[in-house]
Design a protein around this ligand. Sequence first.
Ligand SMILES: [Fe+2]
Length: 461
Amino acid sequence: MQRRPNAAGLSPRAVGTAARIVTISLDSVVARYRRNRERSKALFDLLEEDTYYSQPIALRQPVVFYEGHLPAFSFNTLVKKGLGGPSIDPHLETLFARGIDPHEAAVAGSTPADSRSQWPAREVVRQFVDEADRQVMLALQHATLEDPGHPLLDRAEAVFTVLEHEAMHQETLLYMWHRLPLTQKRSPTDYRPRTTGVSPQQEWVSIPGGLATLGVDRETIPFGWDNEFPASVVDVPSFLIERWDVTNDRFMEFVAAGGYKQPEWWRQEDWQWLQAGAVEHPLFWERHRGRWYWRGMFDLIPLPMTWPVYVSHAEASAYARWRGARLPTEAEFQRAAFGSAAGEREHPWGSASPASEHGTFDFVSWDPEPVGSHPQGASAWGVEDLVGNGWEWTSTTFGPFPGFRAMASYPEYSTDFFDGEHFVMKGASPATARELLRPTFRNWFRARYPYVYATFRCAGR
Ligand SMILES: [Fe+2]
């Protein structure tokens, strides 16, 4: 076997042996990293240059941070921590190490700030990015990526952490870009949102009681985040759930009925948030000259009534209460999506790999699509759009499954958020990468965070 030069500056343990990875092929790891980088670059290219230091969402980082953060995280996790390689630039590696959690104070309509003075010039960021990328790529091609018993290389954990981290951030970037002024974005010329269709009459689907598996045992899948492990089986009593997500026209009934002005539908802290921010409707809606519009990524369009409404957990819960219903629990979502009379499925539609006929995900659209557009993606019980077209809020606070252990490659990934303030979202949005569409993947946000591509449906019993 030919020895490779130590071009990435890696420690001796990291080179000299053939790259080895048993969970997926080396070629696919390299291809995934490249594809991630190209997609991230395309997302940054959507922005006009003058947005670089702006902060589209208060208390998230400015645009500049994310351009540095993605390769910095990959370099720090795989090359430095995993393989013991030396630094490129300790200051920039620290500066770009980690974003921050959106706090309560981030209210709708906050003025974007400009943070030019605190951040390096774009040219400096790009030089760092290029070098970090070069070293990560060399490591992926030549280093020993899998090393049983090594805290970060067991089952090639660091590699998958890097790959999924970037894919997840692409969704974060998109919902941040969504808040930038329309004039600061370059719209793809061939893009037209799909707004046709009529909202189907909402139906309740009865899901029989049975077992739902939350989580999975680590050794049974190539990779999962720590909060997905281990498997725990829960018995879910029978319940009702809506066949479709709540659409803009259904949610309009709540707005028109004065729902945002009636404290009885809101938890006290959610009601205070409405008052403090003068919140009167979903953040994605705008009202101009007496008409309702959807604020899309590139355009303001007449509110598409058949699209799932995108709202915070606070708004979803209030609507459900007003309807005399509630949000589903995480276990109910799991049962509705993946359960069947013949046992649990890999995806709502079965075992076929996720494809465009199954739902709106994997960056196929900048916006949602009308509910009912993907009957082929229905679950065994006939519930539609459970994966795709918007994350779905559950009533479950984010917490560990019994037997949880923080992961070595990203120990704070979940544990920082086990605070009872974050709620689990399941499914996927149009901006969720297809590799994240596994039944155990969990997303979570604070109840009053209105920026994400998140919708909901009601449950009852
Ligand atoms: Fe990150």
